[in-house]
Design a protein around this ligand. Structure first.
Ligand SMILES: [Zn+2]
Length: 403
């Protein structure tokens, strides 16, 4: 049956208008259910190394393009922990927290839509994104020009005037021009995990550019911290069924299975790279991996992973968010003779965010226990403990929950 172009346009218009009316609410009126908006509210200000102080400040008057969000929760990121412990860029005093989410309680009269064109209303649940520009050629390489360098970066840079510019707070003021998404259709845990998942969505997109990663590939995922576990979940939602997880921690490997890995290899049980390679090979019924994801920050793990990959296979290296030192590989044996296609991946782009929302829904739909990645939850009052817990690295994801 042929559908005329006008009909398609009509259908699209209809769908869009239905989406738009879904959560219609008065644009400027604060939501009654959440109570009246207080004049003052708290932010967790990092005032010295290793110490957040809860400070009460007056919530600034909203501009016509601004949005006031009541914070529901925020994940603790490695970046927050790094700043808490070392303040490498001399940002103190600063309000941190960029993996946050909450509910719109008030907005300026000019605010109509989010960065994806979805309608925004009071009562909607939102997240911000550190990346401003939708430029496929960059991720975060040009910090000052392309994305995270602007004033409207939340939970990373100090803002002495506004103060409510990080998610470790009761409220956050999202200024006009910021990247914001309406994610009212995701539960709180999923919303807190968005940023971490976007990193993996990006890595899998990078992996796909090799043309080697397919639904029926044999895939090895090395490292079962949050990054590796989310990687497995994404592969699973793509229909990849032949996944071997490699780690030295049996508890994490068991979790990897629930996230979608069908085989696991505990490297503590295998002495030397030959034995370990044999174990990976056995997990694929006598085959090496078609594709591998390296999700640890250990240079030795980078060197090892080439051995797990078949001739003509592919590798995505995404474990080194920060400089973890040099890895020694043999370019002849590991790369050239095997004709490995290697891609590196770092952070994410704006477009990965939209894909991430869909991934989270699909993961929930097929019963992957993503919410269990959040192993430790602290109220805002205990933010110092939350950061210390993150630095201990005994759990997976630590989150501050404002309820
Ligand atoms: Zn983060």
């Amino acid at each position: 049956m042929a559908v005329r172009e006008q009909d398609v346009e009509l259908i699209v218009r209809q769908i869009l208008s239905e989406m738009g009316t879904k959560a219609a609410a008065p644009v400027t009126a604060p939501k009654a259910a959440g109570g009246a908006i207080p004049k003052k509210a708290r932010v967790a200000m990092l005032t010295e190394l290793g110490k957040f102080e809860l400070q009460e400040h007056e919530i600034p008057a909203l501009g016509d393009d601004d949005i006031l969000v009541k914070v529901e929760g925020c994940g603790v990121c490695g970046t927050d922990a790094h700043e808490f412990k070392n303040d490498p860029f001399g940002l103190i005093p600063v309000v941190l927290g960029h993996e946050g989410t909450g509910e719109i309680v008030a907005m300026g009269k000019n605010v109509k839509k989010d960065s994806a064109g979805k309608t925004l209303s009071v009562g909607d649940k939102v997240v911000t994104c550190m990346i401003f520009k939708d430029n496929p050629d960059i991720t975060m390489y040009d910090l000052n020009k392309q994305n995270v360098g602007g004033a409207d970066v939340y939970g990373l840079l100090p803002d002495d005037d506004i103060k409510f510019n990080g998610w470790f707070a009761d409220y956050i003021v999202v200024r006009g021009g910021s990247t914001i998404f309406n994610v009212s259709d995701l539960d709180l845990d999923s919303r807190i995990l968005i940023e971490a998942c976007a990193v993996l969505i990006h890595a899998v997109e990078r992996a796909k550019t090799t043309g080697i990663l397919r639904f029926n590939s044999r895939v090895a995922v090395q490292g079962c911290g949050p990054i590796g576990l989310i990687c497995i979940a994404i592969l699973r939602t793509m229909g990849v069924e032949n996944i071997t997880a490699v780690d030295g921690n049996q508890k994490r490997l068991d979790f990897a299975k629930r996230m979608g890995a069908n085989k696991t290899v505990n490297f503590m049980e295998h002495q030397g790279i030959e034995a370990l390679t044999k174990a990976v090979e056995d997990s694929f019924d006598g085959h090496l991996a078609d594709f591998a994801f390296q999700c640890t920050g250990n240079p030795k793990a980078h060197a090892n992973i080439y051995k797990f990959i078949r001739n003509g296979g592919g590798l995505c290296e995404l474990g080194f968010f920060i400089n973890g030192g040099d890895a020694v590989i043999n370019p002849h044996f590991d790369l050239c003779a095997k004709e490995i296609t290697l891609v590196g991946s770092w952070v994410y782009t704006l477009r990965d965010y939209a894909t991430t929302f869909d991934f989270l829904k699909r993961a929930k739909g097929i019963g992957l226990p993503l919410a269990e990645l959040i192993t430790d939850r602290y109220p805002l009052e205990e933010i110092n403990e939350a950061l210390k817990k993150n630095l201990e690295m005994t759990g997976l994801k630590v989150a501050v929950i404002n309820k």
